[in-house]
Design a protein around this ligand. Sequence first.
Ligand SMILES: *Cc1c(COP(=O)(O)O)cnc(C)c1O
Length: 241
Amino acid sequence: MLSSPISWVVGIPEQFDQIRQQLPTGVRLIAVSKQFPAQAIREAYEAGLRDFGENRIQEAQAKIPQLADLDGVTWHLIGSLQRNKVRPALECFDWIHSVDSLELAERISALIPQVGRRPKLLLQVKLAEDPTKSGWSEAELEEALPALAGLSDLDIRGLMAIAPFGQSAEETADLFKRVKQLALKIAHRAGLSGWERIRMEELSMGMSGDYPLAVQAGTTMVRLGQALFGSRPLQRRMTNE
Ligand SMILES: *Cc1c(COP(=O)(O)O)cnc(C)c1O
């Protein structure tokens, strides 16, 4: 008798259904699969998920080839990207959510023709004090926009934000609203200036702990790890010790 494979992720189909029902149509659910093995992604795929988020290049490089047989998967880089990892990032990912400096944008623009892939980009903003996260302040981004608009080959689609850990729900809701306002402001300016490579159609906001607030603020993408997969293996190991 064949033994059934060990399931990494119990309850993904149920969690997925529940979350899907809470999300308006048009909000893209990105399953954050960091620290979970390829097999967990395969199970999530079987449950119907198609968008997966990873935060480390090396981990993605190891997992993505194991899943090459899955049709129609979209890979999202959600973790910060170092300049020396841009080439593999372009090779692996369809979306990069973490463009957080002009230097990084310039590097991406320079390597796109060489690599021959053009992922969609989001600009990571930081509208609240958070020493643990990178991202543009509103003033920095406003200042960088003309230079960003001049970089050929970039396909900028919107903004990404992470709420600082430990904020109140009110503060987080306010933060998400300000990100949305900033996107509208940039879209307006891009329209007036004829910046065709800067579009503001997408917002990537909301994680397991705060995604309903992001949905209320009008996000178009949520990045959910634990709400779908349960606690991450590293954390599991720590709690089991
Ligand atoms: C890990 C991570 C997530 C998912 O976090 P959960 O709390 O597991 O939903 C979302 N966005 C980013 C940038 C992350 O690093």
